[in-house]
Design a protein around this ligand. Sequence first.
Ligand code: PLP
Length: 357
Amino acid sequence: MKKHNFYAGPSILPEFTKQKTAEAIIDFAGTGLSVMEVSHRSKEFVAVMEEAQALVKELMNVPEGYSVLFLQGGASLQFLMAPYNLLNTKAAYLNTGVWAGKALKEAKLLGEVVEVASSKDANFNYIPKKFSVPTDVDYLHVTTNNTIFGTEMLEDLDVPVPMVADMSSDVLSRPMDVSKYNMIYAGAQKNLGPSGATLVVVKNDALGKVNRVIPTILDYKIHIDNESMFNTPATVSVFGCLQTLRWIKAEGGLVEMERRNIEKADVLYAEIDRNKMFQSTVPDKNDRSRMNVCFVMTPEYAQFEKEFDAFATAQGMIGLKGHRSVGGFRASLYNAMPLDSVKALVKTMKEFEQLKG
Ligand SMILES: *Cc1c(COP(=O)(O)O)cnc(C)c1O
């Protein structure tokens, strides 16, 4: 039976990425060796790193003066590394969920943190809109897509200070204005490739302005000066990311990714809103994530939750269980998710309604 992969991360990847990585696991770039067993300093792997960095710049339309890195330690290490490098005295944080809160907690170790707004009062089911950002902060930190709660900031904010953004779960899902950000980071495992690497896009001029000593491995400048090879990168992960970047380019870039992501999300939210057994956990349609669609049974049908889970699983739907802090269901529709899988889920929801509604 066809499997429809709705996992939140690690998550679905393009067939192209899987195929090319599978081939390179056996024979990488005609070396007769596996991509797992060649030096990161071999000319073949250096070419992978360079092309991946160049494609990120091209696809995201990164302005001059920014560097692209593939580090390790996940987005979680960036919660610490970003303030280490960019927070001199004071930073602003927008608290939109669990990940945003974790980023905020680390920043507090290094300076004064202003929480400009929080949606905790409603279990993070919306994106705060009316808040002001102090002009004397080094940056405003935002989490553009809240993977657990299914909310997303679908446009780049207009604020008087540079932003730092955790884009782990919506990077490369739409065109964006990188010039508004001093730094962007994203774990590979949601929209890019296999887990292991973390994408970092950082503005060179924003570095070197803090008064603290930065431990070598945490210093972006060290990684930039060493072309993202200060220490061994997650080679297989970077190889996989490169294949996804090539795939995105061949499919039409971020404009086309956004078009598809809007279409897929519209199809699923329309069914959630129509079907009397289900409801979205995000009331304001403008805040609904295109990447992670969170929904629950309506109170009237709450007793059918486990049954729907089993029903969907039997139809090949994988990874639909919602995060424990929201409950219900979460369908992650990353770039690689085909529209057909979304339609299959909608069909399952309609059939379940006919059966039990
Ligand atoms: C998954 C996720 C993280 C954590 O990523 P790791 O790579 O596991 O550290 C952080 N932020 C967001 C928005 C995420 O979705």
